[in-house]
Design a protein around this ligand. Sequence first.
Ligand SMILES: [Fe+2]
Length: 135
Amino acid sequence: MPPIVWSGDFSVKVAELDAQHKSLVELANALEESIGNKNKREVLKAALDRLLDYIAFHFGSEEALLQKYGYPEEKRHKKEHDEFSWKVLNMRGKWSIGEEVQITELHDFLSDWIKNHILFADKKYGQFLNSKGVH
Ligand SMILES: [Fe+2]
């Protein structure tokens, strides 16, 4: 699939979270590049783990902010993160032992989810956080 191209459409109007989302997109695109360059499994694993580590860090900061300001849909949002994390770790585990899951499949799932989650779930909290003075 083509790399994700960042545009203003992705902005959640909170600078710190926009910066983190940009890093997520870059790491997802970097993983795809590694796959395209037919890199060795260790290189792919390193690129995948950099992305997964960053996702965990990013979810933590987003959830902390939503909780701090009492975002009404905080629990539902966290549930989306948790379900995604669970699924990704499961896929990663299968890939790492050479079962079923292909790295392209894993990458495409990650990329699609990141894109849709920012555009549809994350963008909803922008206005709420702005109204609390978070920009
Ligand atoms: Fe989110």
